[in-house]
Design a protein around this ligand. Sequence first.
Ligand code: PLP
Length: 367
Amino acid sequence: MNLRIPGPTPCPPEVLAAMSRQMVDHRGPEFGEVLKQVTAGLKRAFRTQNDVLIFTCAGTGGLEAAVVNTLSPGDRVLAVSIGNFGERFAAIAQTYGAKVTKLEFEPGHAADPAAIDEALSRDASIHAVLLTHNETSTGVTNPLKEIAEVVRRYDKLLLVDAVSSMASVPIEVDGWGLDVVVSGSQKGWMVPPGLAFVSMNERAWNAYSKSRMPKFYLDAGKAKESADRGQTPWTPAISLFYAMQVALQLLERDGWDEVFARHERCAQVARRGVKSLGLQLQADERYASNMVTCVRAPAGVSVSDLRKALREKHEIVIAGGQGSLTGKVFRIGHLGLVNEEEIEAVITALREELPLLGFAPLAAAQR
Ligand SMILES: *Cc1c(COP(=O)(O)O)cnc(C)c1O
């Protein structure tokens, strides 16, 4: 199967093989060494000298950790939302009692730094800003560096969902002053689902010491204290740590610059390809994601029929739409373990199947 969804992504055979290794004592020296190596690799990838904590949970658990470890019930929070994952981050904060003000943008648009500047200037009581870096539901990557500059100027805490962008596009956690940054193993890291990574700088730890939201499993203080002893507070998904150790070696062997360049090349193949078929991107192309391409379904073509045809006749799995875009778009994942040929194969299959479903791609492109 050519699994072209925006996570979980396919995994290299070396990573899968690592997961078949025997268990070790998670309180013993072997696991301590694995944890140390994975943490060091993550810190290099995040471009941070500060802490990166590893939780056994989905990416959403990492987002929840970001919220409960830095905020208190009643805190005013500005949740910048450009799609489904922005909504989720806001919903987590709301669930734990934060007073959330939403700043929303149309699906396909990036967040405007000037609008965030305006929102922060209007309300001095805002404590923190929640931001999705790459909005996987619309295929848009926000201008994180520019937005971080604005948030820094107002000295607010910045919590970043980089679940689907970290390890696929450059992010300077320390250089851009990002306080808490979250990623997840099943996206750019080429590892199965089950681990979340959360970086915390000094500002984040200061916020932690004042934070009163309830937390137990996801308590960053407990995670840090255990990590310093080569352990995790609770039994970790040991096999996934083995997988991460190998995946980081593979990624660093290629080099991060080449990993980022490969993502850019695959994204260009996807964007050029769908446009050549006469289809339209959902994303404002200036901010189109290098991890996932979100395509508007042509009028009259059923997204579920299209996905079924690709799966059954071409062994290609693409994603449908989420939230308000359900049935209106389909998405091609190109992050993690991916090359240009795999994306070309998706375009070829679309060229073949779309006419059978009532859309004439070539005619549309020739007009
Ligand atoms: C995948 C993803 C998540 C987390 O998803 P889980 O299913 O909880 O692992 C969060 N944010 C973004 C932007 C994502 O793409």
